[in-house]
Design a protein around this ligand. Structure first.
Ligand SMILES: [Fe+2]
Ligand SMILES: [Fe+2]
Length: 190
């Protein structure tokens, strides 16, 4: 291959990296929820930490970059706002939030002494995990490569600046903090 004169500034690599940390949390949810369903895991704080991770890292940090920056750039380059891959991705972000809310409510009920919420916690954790696994695969394999093909060079600095602005709205140590939290729970399972 020759030196590619069309080499463009990457606009999806950072998002793919963020998916990797989200997938590590998804693997923890799958592992622990399966045990909660079998009544062999009852650390309800894990689920609340999972909710915190999903809300602050997956949603506020990662989905904000998609929703406010990358998806808007796709729409500016010809993708319809409705009945389109972007519309489907936005709907899945919303569906995820509903599963997370139900998981949180049930975990809080267990913590306040209400027994018998295991299956609600496990079902919602597993439903969220399945939804997000599929969702991330579609973004990594279809939507991000499409974005790299159709978004012109002239828009790319603006997109990178948009990501930086989205990050500036979150705590500076956010990624390190959540990497540490995920690693801590992974160690429990070793
Ligand atoms: Fe997404
Ligand atoms: Fe994503």
């Amino acid at each position: 291959m020759s030196n590619d004169s069309n080499q463009k500034q990457d606009i999806t690599g950072a998002l793919v990296n963020e998916h990797r940390l989200i997938l590590r949390m998804i693997a923890l949810l799958e592992h622990n929820a399966t045990r909660t369903a079998a009544k062999t895991y009852s650390n309800w704080h894990f689920y609340l930490d999972g909710v915190d991770f999903i809300r602050n890292y997956a949603d506020r940090f990662h989905h904000a970059k998609e929703e406010d920056v990358l998806f808007e750039a796709l729409i500016k380059n010809g993708m319809p706002r409705d009945h389109s891959p972007v519309a489907a991705m936005l709907m899945e972000h919303e569906q995820g939030r509903a599963f997370v809310k139900s998981m949180e409510t049930a975990a809080l009920e267990e913590l306040s002494g209400q027994a018998g919420r295991e299956m609600t916690i496990a079902d919602n954790a597993l439903a969220y995990a399945a939804l997000l696994r599929e969702h991330i695969a579609k973004e990594d394999e279809i939507l991000y490569p499409l974005a790299e093909r159709v978004i012109p060079d002239t828009m790319r600095d603006g997109i990178i600046a948009g990501y930086a602005a989205a990050e500036a709205r979150t705590a500076a140590d956010l990624t390190a903090r959540y990497e540490e939290a995920v690693a801590g729970y992974e160690q429990e399972n070793e």
